[in-house]
Design a protein around this ligand. Structure first.
Ligand code: SF4
Length: 236
């Protein structure tokens, strides 16, 4: 639908659908040229994931019940990572994306330290893709170098591609045409992405669900990612 006001991208994650399969993580890494780190480096807190799936146990043996929470960049409307960057490498764009300019980043890591969601990852090394894995690198975006911070972009390259396609056909972008890799891949359809400015978009409709909450909302960061979860025993 064309609503004339520009796009404001956002996501809804339905925790009652998520099975914790991690397909979103794999799809994100493949789409965005995210390197794989060794067990040794992971042990030092140097994992490279733009989305992670946190697992919590709600009950123990004999009936263990887990809940999985996919956590990506929240693309906060009041992002604490943005004002602390001394070189303006991370900024808010006109479409509500918390964007990164990689070749401006000087690696202070202030942004990561100021992100309450721990979703920014730092390149401690120049990562190598041994053959034949180098052949699966996505040519639509760069491979980041040592000393550069990186993070989820809501697959900005896919948003651009969808927009160019729509523009080439002389029509507005339709709901569901710009789809991040994690959303496209999720088997149970737990992730929904779209334009929050469009009242008829799937994401705008889902955001009205009574199960909604946002992570660490009390911090005032105004995340653009909304979660849905049924509260057991609460009558909901
Ligand atoms: S792909 Fe979907 S179901 Fe699997 S962990 Fe990610 S959000 Fe959950």
């Amino acid at each position: 639908m064309s609503h004339g006001g520009g796009h404001k991208w956002g996501m809804v994650i339905d925790l009652d659908r998520c099975t914790g399969c991690n397909a979103c993580m794999v799809a994100c890494s493949a789409e965005n040229n995210v390197p794989i780190t060794s067990e040794d480096q992971a042990g030092k807190g140097r994992l490279m994931h733009w989305i992670r799936v946190n697992r919590y146990w709600q009950s123990g043996w004999p009936e263990p019940e887990s809940v999985h929470i996919p956590v990506t960049c929240m693309h906060c409307q009041k992002a604490p990572c943005e004002p602390v960057c001394p070189v303006y490498a991370t900024y808010h764009n006109e479409e509500n994306l918390n964007a990164m300019v990689y070749n401006r980043c000087v690696g202070t890591r202030y942004c990561a330290n100021n992100c309450p969601y721990s979703v920014r990852v730092f390149n401690w090394f120049d990562h190598k893709w041994e053959g034949p894995f180098d052949e699966q690198l996505n040519p639509d975006l760069s491979v980041r170098t040592r000393g550069v911070m990186e993070k989820c972009t809501f697959c900005i390259q896919r948003i651009r591609r969808a927009r160019e396609q729509a523009s080439g056909e002389g029509r507005p972008l339709r709901d569901g045409e710009a789809v991040p890799a994690c959303v496209q891949t999720c088997p149970p359809g737990a992730l929904v992405f779209g334009d929050l400015n469009d009242p008829d978009s799937a994401v705008s409709r889902q955001i009205k669900d009574l199960r909604r909450f946002r992570l660490m909302e009390h911090l005032g960061t105004e995340p653009s990612v909304t979660y849905l979860k049924r509260v057991k025993g609460g009558g909901a």
